[in-house]
Unconditional design. Structure first.
Lengths: 486, 490
């Protein structure tokens, strides 16, 4: 995508969108950031609440080492500075789902500093997003407004759950770039096991900062759209918001810094509060907690235990398996896919396995709304299928039919071939008989082919049709050439 | 058997162990004394049934030759400590009839060691006050009176109930807390011994928070040795409090009676404040002389940032309090007032639930943390705090402990300072520095003023060096020979 095509055309000329994201990722952990209460989906209301989560008098927070480790892993995965000294601050505001009256967060001294993420656009070009910081903080509880006409109910199960907030620099210029960036962050976090990335459950969500400007001009005033939890919503919210801001500016107005909400049913953003109404959070260091001091040896041991991340894995897939950049990208987008692929490719024609995995299996899964975890075909069956092709037992065309049977759960590739009689004909006698029959019936074509060798293809097609696709195409070609005297 | 209440904790423990009397005996004696002393308003909740049940269990253990360090000893508990199944209020209306489902670490350690709970002791609301007058239950009356006067005096605050109950023999000893002087000033006003240990020595878990970086639990007791016995049980590392120190607990009582010969005692010149009563000047001089007689070397030291301590304290403590008290919002426990809207509930619950002094401090704290003021107030105060700690570190180059008066006056009359917050805040002038620096400070009674009221001296020590304080306090206690008790008028 060229720089120019990212611009939005307004009535008075082109505009550039400038985007920065704050991604809130729930830390994959069995217990909360400062309490031993369980974290999990599906528990009854207020069943996962420790005394400190409910802010009972005299209760104190104690940092969860596992959550700190996950934040460090995430920081390392984002190629970011790990701060060996960081601190927790209190962000003070009143709300019923915030029992303490403050959120414990990291304001001034976050655990992770600057980093960089390489992100690929849909057209394969790369852009770089700077990470400003990553910090740990508590999630709030959930206010439920629609259970009763007069009352709001509060569920504190989520209160105190650990979040990582990943703040980007304003380095994105289109809604596509923003979505690609979130995808990339999600992939990295899932690789690291630091966050399950489940956006439907709200375990990964983003606040999007949107501003517009004339190309090359100073940054415009931004509006922050809170809590957007799908790629599509992120894109829709940005598109709407950018248009809204452009219209205001083109009408001679100015943008007021404010916090906005995205309404996915109306596909629009609405003002939540203006800068003047913004809370004064009165941040100050939480006196219940000591500064978080990390042992460099511990950080190093975490670094040493990191899994292979998507970018290096993709490069390895390209060089080790000879895969196209695209196929490698599709396969490493998800750790389970990559593992599936590597299992299937062992000892086989790796490119062929990639074709079958990317084009057939993932394609079919996507049509059915699934991914590799829900695949009805195990990796060894993809390997088996490719082996049958390699061995010339079946043709690529037959393989598609075999694949359909495999998808339907009708057995391993060998069983399917056996059951449905799909073995390729390599018996030259049978092929010769077929060729003779076709040549006899089409003397004109035989003459033509002798003049114009390209016409050979027509015969190949006829033979394949005659044999129900079971003839080995290489054998057909060879015999035809001899018989036609080419 | 009412004599049993006159015993020191140490003597009572010996008598219990020797089976001279039972825990039920001494507990009953205290329950009776408490009933007769309701006019002092020291207890906000008496738990006699609870106490007798605990006493009976202690007696059973004692009969088996078992029992912990405090086995069978009836104690009073400041109502800032959460006690499982027993109403805990911080003397605030906002907590209403809050009954915790948990026991504070400090009190659970007392029960582990066999102590008996007589009830919950009055205090300034959320421990904010120096006269116990901010309590929602009304002030505690000091058992001491000026000679020839029946004017009601303050026992000091915030641990006024703990001090008065100990002074009036309504418990063998009491738990207390100290954020800026709340153990030591009441001890000074009531002729009792109180120690605020090193920050982190006692777990804060289960103690209703006032200012987290300053709050520290400690005992109020009748003698130095009693305070040492209490502190040993109250102390210890607690993984539930991140600021609790992972250090061993010494046998503090073993330091009492140790020679103090050769110890260097610093006398900080900045603690000679204008307008200090001559009697307190004299008491201080007496203390210096007594320690010199005991073989100590006296050195003058300078703590140049002392004058900034009180302003810094009255920024840091309210800042933390404004945030710590945000949880009292009428949502989950305690008082809930107001109309149908969320804002109504917040405003009315907090307006009705908090008293004037608490509101004042929440407002001060909110202000100093506000955008645009944070650097000028909170951050500056933290820098001052660092300087004050540095002053002490400097002093420790030339001395082993400091000797100062505990408070700038003897107990004053109820109502005398309650209209003047600044005058009230000045009560903490000699005590806040140790809270800001996290150091241990001990107050012991060393004399009486012309009107017969007790006066205290304060010893300040190095971090985790409570042992030296107990040795010095033992020497001073012996030299001062303070044995006076308040005449019983109640």
């Amino acid at each position: 995508m060229s720089e120019k095509s990212k611009l939005i055309q307004g009535r008075t000329g082109p505009w550039e969108i400038v985007l920065g994201l704050e991604i809130h990722a729930q830390v994959a952990s069995n217990s909360k950031l400062f309490s031993g209460a369980a974290v999990g989906f599906g528990a009854g209301p207020n069943e996962q609440v420790a005394l400190v989560d409910a802010a009972m008098p005299g209760m104190l927070p104690v940092i969860n080492r596992h959550c700190v480790e996950q934040a460090v892993r995430a920081g390392l995965g984002l190629n970011a500075q790990i701060n060996l000294w960081s601190r927790f601050d209190r962000k003070n505001y009143f709300y019923p789902d915030l029992p303490q009256g403050y959120q414990i967060s990291q304001f001034k001294d976050p655990i992770v500093g600057e980093g960089v993420v390489e992100v690929e656009r849909d057209d394969g070009t790369i852009f770089v997003v700077g990470v400003e910081r990553l910090h740990l903080e508590q999630d709030a509880g959930k206010s439920i407004h629609d259970l009763d006409p007069n009352f709001t109910y509060v569920d504190l199960n989520r209160a105190g759950t650990a979040l990582m907030e990943i703040v980007s620099k304003p380095d994105m210029r289109s809604s596509d770039e923003a979505a690609s960036y979130v995808k990339k962050i999600r992939t990295i976090l899932r690789y690291l096991g630091a966050c399950d990335g489940d956006m439907e459950k709200g375990n990964l969500r983003a606040d999007v900062n949107v501003s517009v400007r004339r190309p090359g001009a100073e940054l415009g005033t931004r509006c922050e759209i809170k809590n957007v939890n799908s790629y599509r919503y992120i894109q829709q919210a940005i598109e709407y918001e950018a248009r809204r801001q452009i219209e205001i500016l083109e009408d001679g107005g100015s943008i007021h810094q404010e916090t906005r909400l995205f309404d996915p049913t109306k596909i629009e953003t609405r003002s939540m509060r203006s800068k003047e109404e913004a809370h004064d959070y009165r941040y100050f260091p939480d006196p219940d907690l000591l500064p978080l001091v990390l042992d460099p040896a511990w950080v190093q041991s975490i670094k040493d235990s990191l899994p292979e991340l998507p970018d290096p894995k993709r490069k390895r897939f390209e060089s080790q398996y000879g895969l196209s950049h695209y196929d490698a990208g599709v396969l490493v987008a998800d750790q389970a896919r990559a593992a599936f692929y590597e299992q299937a490719a062992a000892g086989r024609d790796a490119k062929l396995v990639a074709n079958w995995t990317v084009n057939n299996l993932l394609g079919r899964l996507a049509e059915n709304g699934g991914d590799i975890e829900t695949s009805p075909i195990p990796p060894e069956d993809i390997a088996g299928l490719v082996k049958l092709i390699e061995d010339g037992v079946i043709s690529s065309k037959i393989a598609k039919e075999v694949f359909d049977h495999m998808w339907a759960g009708e057995g391993t590739p060998a069983q399917v071939v056996e059951k449905f009689g799909l073995v390729q004909i390599t018996d030259t006698g049978a092929i010769e008989a077929s060729i003779d029959k076709i040549m006899a019936a089409n003397p004109d074509k035989v003459e033509a082919a002798k003049e114009r060798p390209q016409a050979l293809g027509w015969f190949v097609g006829q033979v394949m049709r005659d044999t129900g696709g079971k003839a080995n195409p290489a054998a057909v070609n060879e015999i035809l050439k001899v018989k036609l005297g080419l | 058997m009412s004599d049993l209440t006159k015993l020191t904790l140490k003597a009572a423990l010996a008598g219990l162990k020797a089976r001279d009397f039972s825990s039920v005996d001494i507990t009953k004696a205290h329950i009776e004394a408490i009933e007769q002393a309701r006019g002092l308003n020291a207890y906000v909740l008496e738990t006699p049934d609870h106490a007798l049940a605990m006493a009976a269990e202690s007696d059973a253990r004692l009969a088996r030759g078992e029992g912990g360090a405090l086995e069978g000893a009836p104690l009073g508990i400041k109502d800032l400590f959460c006690t499982e199944g027993v109403r805990s209020t911080a003397a605030s209306k906002i907590l209403g009839n809050f009954v915790p489902a948990y026991e504070s670490t400090v009190t659970s350690q007392l029960w582990r060691d066999g102590a008996v709970m007589l009830g919950k002791l009055n205090l300034d609301e959320f421990a904010m006050g120096s006269s116990n007058e901010t309590s929602a239950f009304g002030p505690v009356i000091n058992p001491w009176r000026r000679s020839g006067s029946d004017a009601a005096l303050t026992p000091g605050g915030s641990s006024g109930g703990s001090a008065a109950a100990t002074a009036a023999d309504l418990c063998l000893a009491a738990t207390a807390t100290d954020t800026g002087g709340s153990i030591r000033q009441p001890a000074s006003f009531t002729g009792t011994v109180g120690i605020k240990p090193t920050y982190g020595r006692c777990s804060r878990w289960g103690i209703i928070a006032f200012a987290s970086s300053l709050d520290q639990a400690g005992p109020i007791a009748k003698t130095v040795e009693d305070a040492a016995i209490m502190l040993r049980s109250m102390s210890g590392h607690d993984v539930k409090d991140s600021t609790s120190l992972p250090v061993e607990v010494p046998d503090f009582a073993s330091y009492v009676g140790k020679s103090v010969k050769g110890l260097r005692i610093g006398v900080p010149k900045e603690y000679r404040v204008p307008g200090m009563p001559a009697e307190i000047e004299k008491l201080w001089a007496d203390g210096i002389a007594w320690l010199k007689d005991a073989g100590c070397e006296i050195v003058e030291v300078s703590l140049p940032h002392t004058k900034y301590a009180l302003p810094a304290y009255y920024i840091v403590a309210p800042a933390e309090a404004s945030s710590n008290l945000a949880r009292y919002d009428g949502m989950r426990y305690g008082l809930r007032a107001g109309g149908p809207s969320l804002t109504d509930v917040y405003e009315e619950s907090r307006a009705q639930g908090f008293g004037e002094e608490v509101k004042r401090r929440i407002l001060i704290g909110t202000y100093v943390l506000s955008a645009g003021y944070y650097d000028a107030y909170y951050l500056k105060a933290q820098k001052v705090r660092r300087r004050i700690a540095d002053d002490f570190d400097q002093a420790w180059q030339t001395c082993d402990a400091l000797l100062t008066p505990t408070a700038p006056s003897a107990a004053f009359a109820l109502g005398e300072q309650s209209d003047d917050p600044i005058a009230m805040y000045l009560n903490d002038i000699f005590t806040v520095t140790t809270n800001l620096a996290g150091l241990p400070g001990l107050s012991l009674p060393a004399g009486r003023d012309a009107q017969g009221l007790p006066l205290g001296l304060q010893l300040i020590g190095r971090a985790l060096d409570e042992g030296t304080l107990f040795s010095l306090a033992g020497a001073l206690e012996k030299a001062a020979g303070f044995t006076a008790k308040a005449d019983r008028w109640w």
